[in-house]
Write a protein that binds this ligand. Structure first.
Ligand code: FE2
Length: 595
């Protein structure tokens, strides 16, 4: 689960150069990393002349006992380190080796980057072999999946959400497939690649005790003051998701502005650049905007540690950003990763996880759960110009990080939302493996304030998706990843939400488990006839990348969404491993051609 992926960098207002920033990636003893499976990241031990890199490989089980060193690509110019860079790198090493307390499991790279969480190298467009079935003709376009893939070998604490964003795209045309993996060329990625060492700090892994945190703050301030980076260019990772609206495709991470990307004719992924929408988008934007399939508008928000803690906004069908709507009725800085829309409303969950900048400075987590807080859902008309008509409804125990869909019933008097409820929300950041997410249906009577809710399944489910044509309207089918444990996904299930209206029974109507040692990611639904308004909601295919830890191979699988076994109708062997990641998107060829 990417619930906090790359977030909370927005705690540090980026355009303000006087603000101190979180500390840099700590550099612990390299010896402590000698046994974990990392295949493609660079070390920064001798950046003056050579950037070292582990050998690219597609297999996850080859445990390198020593790093295979090669020179950095010739296109990258590595200059001598400046004196300040040398000094601050030395400070980083000192902090890492002598000040840091022992790392917690959640930021222990030996644990975080084990198995298929270890990063891979970039891969240029490479033709793939269809090893099972036939790719359906409706799969005419490209499936992209975003996820963290750290550029540098972490020599100290590292959290899953701290990795540089990498896109894995499989382009399908006339039944043939081409696969490509590329970093999102963020400002952070680019300047650090140029320098040959980390410059901009990682928020989630950098705070271990007050002394170390203070030292890293000082180093970060020093790097800024000596011109090693400029935070106004953005310090995000773009590692969470993708969205297509206004005829543009974006890689997203909620701590920064969107990065526009496109696909070249040969299937290569190109970063166009950080996009501020003609200067109208500030600071950051959610990684989960909602695109109305009818109006083509995109609805989004940003959140942060200073009032307004939430700001709602939208883009028209041309991708032009409209005015901000600050939400001051959210009175505490809450973690707000996702939301939902109906035809008339936007729905924001305020959950028990809050932002804790002071705790972080003191060496604690940047977020923490408040068990005494009552979660709320906030409804605001989606075309509101201010928050005067916003209503909040308390929903005790409803801790939503991802939202699946929402709609209106009873002539608009009732708003329904379907979302996974994190039952043990206190584990969200530190122990994701202990999370159980129960998909629930929540109904809110707007007039009476009455809230009812019930679970749709007993399984541990997240990464829920629907037929994109049903965003904001009542839908029946949901496809979810099975956490085993989170964030590993051992299979996909299909839920029939309508069953909950009959007798409140288990709503799973189809299932596909990937098998022992095989783990997939978020599913995505691709309609067979997207332009046919009479097509069944589940007439299409569910796609995902699946990795086999036994063989070290990754596949792109296509499942029949109507089949009770989610039958695999096609599988493509990928030329390189796809690490576990976050969210994906299928973009049709007609839309790719608009980029
Ligand atoms: Fe997410």
């Amino acid at each position: 689960m990417d619930s906090l992926s790359s977030s909370f960098l927005s705690m540090f207002p980026q355009p303000n150069p006087t603000v101190s920033h979180p500390p840099p990636l700590p550099l612990s003893s390299p010896s402590s990393l000698s046994s974990f499976a990392v295949f493609s990241v660079r070390t920064e031990e001798k950046p003056q002349t050579v950037t070292t890199t582990t050998k690219r490989t597609s297999g996850p089980k080859k445990q390198p006992t020593s790093l295979n060193i090669r020179k950095r690509e010739s296109s990258v110019v590595v200059t001598d380190q400046s004196l300040p860079a040398t000094i601050f790198n030395a400070f980083d090493t000192i902090i890492n080796n002598f000040i840091d307390p022992p790392v917690r499991v959640s930021v222990d790279p030996k644990h975080v980057l084990s198995d298929n969480f270890s990063p891979v190298d970039e891969l240029p467009p490479t033709e793939c072999e269809v090893i099972e079935g036939t790719l359906p003709s409706c799969l005419d376009g490209a499936y992209f999946r975003n996820g963290p893939n750290p550029q540098f070998l972490p020599r100290g604490p590292y959290h899953l959400f701290d990795g540089d964003g990498m896109l894995h795209a499989i382009r399908i045309s006339n039944g043939k497939a081409t696969f490509c993996s590329r970093y999102v060329k963020t400002y952070k990625y680019s300047i650090e690649k140029e320098a040959g060492f980390p410059i901009i700090p990682n928020v989630f892994s950098g705070f271990n005790g007050m002394t170390a945190s203070a030292a890293r703050m000082a180093v970060t301030a020093g790097r800024f003051l000596t011109g090693q980076f400029n935070p106004t260019n953005g310090i995000g990772l773009a590692n969470t998701s993708l969205a297509f609206f206004g005829n543009k495709l974006y890689a997203l991470g909620e701590s920064d502005l969107p990065y526009a990307v496109k696909l070249a004719p040969d299937g290569d992924i190109i970063t166009v650049g950080r996009h501020d929408f003609d200067g109208k988008l500030f600071m950051s934007m959610t990684a989960h905007p909602k695109i109305d399939p009818v109006t083509k508008e995109a609805f989004a928000f940003r959140y942060g540690p200073v009032p307004p803690f939430l700001t709602f906004f939208r883009f028209n069908e041309n991708g032009e950003k409209q005015a901000d709507v600050p939400i001051f009725s959210m009175t505490n800085p809450s973690f707000l990763h996702d939301f939902a829309i109906t035809k008339n409303y936007a729905i924001f969950p305020e959950i028990q996880i809050g932002m804790s900048p002071m705790e972080m400075i003191g060496g604690g987590s940047p977020v923490s759960a408040d068990p005494g807080k009552i979660p709320r859902l906030g409804l605001i008309p989606r075309y509101a110009k201010d928050e005067s008509e916003m209503k909040w409804f308390e929903v005790p125990g409803f801790n939503v990080i991802h939202c699946i869909n929402a709609w209106e019933e009873d002539g608009g008097d009732t708003v329904v939302m379907v979302a996974p409820n994190i039952l043990s929300v206190e584990h969200t950041l530190e122990r994701m493996d202990l999370i159980h997410a129960s998909v629930e249906k929540v109904s809110i009577n707007i007039k009476t304030g009455m809230v009812s809710r019930h679970p749709l399944s007993t399984r541990n489910l997240d990464f829920g998706v629907i037929n994109p044509a049903f965003v904001a309207v009542k839908n029946r089918y949901v496809y979810c990843g099975v956490g085993d444990p989170m964030p590993k996904i051992s299979g996909v299930v299909k839920l029939d939400v309508s069953l909950s209206e009959v007798d409140r029974r288990e709503c799973i109507v189809a299932s596909r488990m990937f098998g022992p040692g095989c783990f997939g990611g978020e599913p995505f639904f691709v309609a067979r006839e997207p332009d046919n308004p009479d097509a069944d909601e589940d007439d299409g295919y569910v796609v995902s990348y699946v990795h086999d830890e036994n063989t070290g191979e990754s596949r792109f699988v296509v499942m029949d969404a109507k089949s009770p076994t989610l039958e695999i109708v096609a599988a493509v062997k990928l030329p390189q491993r796809v690490p576990c990641g976050f969210h994906g998107l299928f973009v049709r060829e007609s839309d790719i051609n608009k980029l």
